[in-house]
Design a protein around this ligand. Structure first.
Ligand SMILES: Nc1ncnc2c1ncn2[C@@H]1O[C@H](COP(=O)(O)OP(=O)(O)OP(=O)(O)O)[C@@H](O)[C@H]1O
Ligand SMILES: [Mg+2]
Length: 350
């Protein structure tokens, strides 16, 4: 499917440059081999509600739309079209991709009729894959190839994916954690849990509500997580203030939170992430696990930036854990590298 179409040799020459897209739950990135990362925006689109009939009008997209999440006036609706790495709202996803491609165009070689390579979670179903294909097609892509997120992330992290030696990459995104074992250019094992950074934010909201009776917004919770979040409990104390609404009287209230509070708050979802890594080590072929024991594990995705996550994983599984350079952009850069290197049609692609 991803091979050059023999009927369109001219198209193939015109559009030989590669466009990679990481349509993530939290962020969408577009990469071209000529321009590098030409777009990096939150996966949010904001629609005008009126008039009720007729085509939907977009009020904002990306960073601007994200600022409106949870604070939209009545005539606007902010939507996150992706959930757990797959499309939850098809029409919103299509509008969002189209807008992003338009935004990226002036900065790149990208034309809307380009061939796209899009990252998908390894665990996505056929229906979910078809939806991603169709949304990219409807947004104007001339041809759409899919690449598994683990393989893309491993390539972007600079792992020796084509070697016989096995590598393990753990991509912790907003909505999913993908554990992949890669060897000989393909994904030998992949496992995913529908848990990611969004679940850490939700866990912080519910912890603060239960303990202090204060309801934080999700973006406030995310801010706290990024500033003082910790995956281990025994850390030197760090504190910060966060303001939310008292559940008693509905008035604004500020609470002081510590890194130890956050470690306790996120323990549940964090255990699920750790469980997925342990499962990967149990289920991957023994020879490759020996390689992984030797080389360690690489973390990618925004969740890899959670404070002390490497240390916690090392404590739990006894292996070295490294955070990739620029973990937030690994998947899209890897997809771009794979497309440019002509890995199309190889294992991991479809
Ligand atoms: N410094 C940080 N500390 C902790 N978490 C962080 C940090 N920076 C970003 N994150 C989290 O990373 C997540 C976004 O990561 P990423 O962009 O890789 O996800 P995504 O690719 O959009 O999602 P998915 O792969 O699940 O579809 C968010 O939940 C965000 O809160
Ligand atoms: Mg991702």
């Amino acid at each position: 499917m991803a091979r050059p179409t023999p009927h369109h040799p001219l198209f193939e020459r015109l559009f030989r440059h590669c466009v990679a897209v990481d349509l993530g739950t939290a962020n969408t990135l577009i990469y071209t081999d000529g321009g590098g990362i030409v777009l990096n925006q939150p996966s949010v689109v904001c629609f005008q509600k009126e008039p009720a009939s007729g085509p939907k009008r977009i009020a904002a997209v990306g960073t601007e739309a994200r600022q409106l999440l949870g604070r939209t006036p009545r005539n606007l609706e902010a939507v996150r079209p992706m959930r757990h790495g797959v499309i939850a709202d098809f029409s919103a996803a299509e509008h969002m991709i189209r807008q992003f491609v338009d935004m990226a165009r002036p900065r790149s070689l990208l034309t809307r009729r380009a061939a796209f390579t899009v990252c998908v979670p390894d665990g996505a179903t056929q229906v979910e894959r078809r939806a991603i294909r169709e949304a990219a097609g409807a947004a104007g892509a001339w041809r759409v190839s899919l690449i598994g997120e683990s393989l893309a992330s491993a390539l972007g992290a600079g792992l020796p994916v084509c070697d016989a030696t096995g590598s393990m990459v753990v991509d912790i995104g907003g909505g999913t954690t993908e554990v992949g074992v890669i060897a000989l250019g393909g994904t030998v094992y992949s496992g995913s849990v529908r848990v990611g950074g969004d679940n850490f934010d939700a866990a912080i909201v519910s912890y603060v509500r239960n303990l202090y009776g204060v309801l934080l917004g999700e973006q406030t919770a995310e801010h706290v997580k990024k500033r003082i979040g910790s995956a281990v409990h025994d850390v030197p104390l760090e504190q910060m203030n966060a303001t939310g609404r008292s559940v008693d009287d509905g008035l604004p209230r500020t609470v002081q939170l510590s890194n130890r509070d956050i470690a306790e708050a996120i323990e549940g979802p964090l255990r699920q992430v750790i469980g997925a890594v342990k499962r990967g080590l149990e289920l991957a072929p023994a020879e490759l696990v020996t390689d992984i024991a030797h080389n360690g594990i690489v973390l990618t995705g925004g969740g890899a930036l959670l404070g002390n996550l490497g240390r916690r994983l090392t404590d739990e599984i006894g292996l070295d854990v490294h955070v990739a350079e620029e973990p937030l952009t690994c998947a899209v850069r890897g997809a771009g590298v794979a497309a440019a290197a002509g890995l199309l049609g190889e294992a991991g692609y479809e």
